[in-house]
Design a protein around this ligand. Sequence first.
Ligand code: CMP
Length: 511
Amino acid sequence: MTDPWLVFAGFALAVVVVAGLLRLVPLAPRRRLRRSVILLGFYAATLVVNVSLHWTAAPGLVAGLRVAANVLQLLLVINLAAIAIFDLLLRAARVDYPDILHDVVVGAAYVVALGVLMHRAGVNLTGIVATSAVVTAVIGLSLQATLGNVVGGISLQLDDSINEGDWIELDNKTQGEVKKIRWRHTVIETRDWDTLIIPNGQLMTQSIRVLGKRSGQPVQRRMWVYFNVDFRFAPADVIRVVEEALQGAPLSGVAREPKPHCLCHDMARDNADSVCYYAARYWLTDFSRNDSTNSLVRERIYAALKRAQIPLAIPAKTIFVSQDDTEHRDRKRARELESHMSALAAIDLFANLSEDEQRTLAASARLAPFSRGEVITRQGAKAHWLYVLLKGSAAVRVSASDGDERQVAVLEAPNFFGEMALMTGQPREATVIAQNDVQCLRVDRKDLEGIIQHRPEIASEISGVLATRRVELEAARDGLDLAAKSQRLSSERSRILHSIRDFFALQDDER
Ligand code: CMP
């Protein structure tokens, strides 16, 4: 028989070697070695007690100690083997496994090893299994909650739904980082420096939000920062200013992609206030710094709006008291007229009109704002107005013969459009779409007709512009080359002039 002290020395050496190797493998947990050291201590104790009992003749006790020593030997072998396989081999090979797997395998090995030992010692295992079924049922009932937590812990680790390092939100809206998933409980640290210890059973019965986690995507979470600006400022301007500021330079804790952006998400809520509601949205990368990152974003929004002289809405109700007397109305009308007249004067087409003629057009002209992407006028529609483009840019698109829509021109303010159909009585030749925030003045068809009938020479000026634009349209539709375009231009000009004259003469006849 091997000397038990030699066996002890062998185990002690194994523990020292494993401890040394554990130091070499990065990330290998050392806490499990403690169990082996304790077992080794017990084993040494059985040997010491055995030696001291040698002089007192107590054979029963000696035999008992031998069994204990055998059991301890077996447990030591299992523990050291498990550490060697899981914490050294698998970690060194970078195989990822749930922590709990180690404990489950060791537990199962204990049960099997004890079974084998008992069988060798002549214990009737079948009898024990039969009685233990009843005992297990009784224990199971009394330990229901604990077992629930343990099963919860095992499934949490095995199904990989929550991992250490994830940020989660519980049913009660508490958020925190998962620090440890243990057999019975999970440890969560919150941003307030609290540590929550949640029984696994409880964790399994609620719906948990894993923050910012999406398959195949970086871990980042969409955040909303709200602010209000009053109605006097166009949403398109506010959004542009804020987006330029947020996208212009990186912000710590804010993801580059998707880019931060801004949207107007409500207006005059309940008809009770005079503000538009905005939200800047960005993707947070460091969940522990949500408030400070929100604050950074707010600082940037505030500065950008200040630079653009767009003040944040003050939380106040403004009552507009308007003085509706004739004098006030006349003053307002005169101001409007002045601004319309100077807008018309900036357009070549109207530059040669007399002041009276300009005043007639300006008097009935109406401001018409359009936001990005809106159709200002559509190809084929009946014409009621000529448009003077005061601000922004508009794309002119035409449906080609193959059904495709092609862009023929982009008009930048100051400019005009919609004159073709107005002058010839034909449907609109093209669709005009706002490319950004557009401000137009709609000039009434009847006023323009009146002026042209008074001053037929205007028709000749207009026909030049009309001919150029029409040839552009035809070139886009039919794919004309340069030579064909210039040839068509002169013939088109005289044809258009004719048709304008015809059109207006026809109108005269009808009256
Ligand atoms: P109308 O046909 O009344 O409506 C569509 C308008 O698009 C048209 O008048 C022109 O004012 C404008 N348009 C058409 N073709 C061109 C072009 N090539 N360049 C600039 N504007 C154009």
